[in-house]
Write a protein that binds this ligand. Sequence first.
Ligand SMILES: Cc1cc2nc3c(=O)[nH]c(=O)nc-3n(C[C@H](O)[C@H](O)[C@H](O)COP(=O)(O)OP(=O)(O)OC[C@H]3O[C@@H](n4cnc5c(N)ncnc54)[C@H](O)[C@@H]3O)c2cc1C
Length: 259
Amino acid sequence: MKIVVCVKQIPDPADPGALDPESKTLVRDQKLILDESDSYGVEMALQLADANGEGSVHLVSMAPDNQIAGLRTALAMGADSATLVSDEALKGSDALSTARVLAAAIARSEPDLVLAATESSDGYTGTVPEMMAEFLELPSVTFAKAVTVDGNVAKVKRQTEAGYDDVHCPLPAVVSVTAGVVEPRYPSFKGIMSAKSKPLDQLGVSDLGIEPGSVGWAGGNQEIVRIADAPSRAAGEVFEDEGDAHERIVAFLEDLKVL
Ligand SMILES: Cc1cc2nc3c(=O)[nH]c(=O)nc-3n(C[C@H](O)[C@H](O)[C@H](O)COP(=O)(O)OP(=O)(O)OC[C@H]3O[C@@H](n4cnc5c(N)ncnc54)[C@H](O)[C@@H]3O)c2cc1C
């Protein structure tokens, strides 16, 4: 079974950088790392490949400036190989262009299963996996909290507000997984060393048969019209205990409808 995992490489959340006021996009010229959201998909794929006996895990990422550190981390966790798509023409790509490029890169591997995170953690739309599925003409299952493969069927527990749905989906398919559903393994020293020699293809848009003018700023269908600072968090309410603090706390929580 061939599993492809989408791996977004993002600025380190401890040093997220800044928004460029001209383009209104995140500046990504610092070292990028593996998005934690995608470490769950990588772990899930490794577990599925192990359970299947003959599985392989291939990573696909689109990132600026030939950045590969996040891919190396996922290879060190145990993935077998990776493809990076990096090209000047991709600067300014919106979510639809990103999905188009990732789908073209994924199609080259003819996978049985494609995993992505439900949403990335830097600037997210939560739409890329479903748009990739459309480009690949594959069914898509979202919000997976557990995935097993039985023959040609993916059995997915799909998280809902009330619990979960059991969804059975024919393979190949695209499945987006929610954060925190598995415990991502730490790369071992042996894993880190062997990651350096694992196959890592680097492609540009023309390798994927994509017209440079159909992606990036040139091919964008969306425009970022305004950016604003996130509102600072309001101060919390302090209850001084004059014997009735517990009642006031209960009333406060009832007001918020959490009780
Ligand atoms: C007009 C416009 C211009 C933009 N210009 C730029 C720009 O110049 N530079 C820039 O960095 N961003 C730019 N962005 C943001 C960029 O389009 C998004 O980061 C990209 O579309 C990915 O979408 P997302 O993070 O919202 O994905 P989501 O839908 O939230 O991601 C879900 C999952 O899809 C997969 N995925 C998403 N993106 C990737 C990826 N790149 N590689 C591998 N897997 C992935 C991951 O598994 C991820 O967890 C721009 C956005 C717009 C609207």
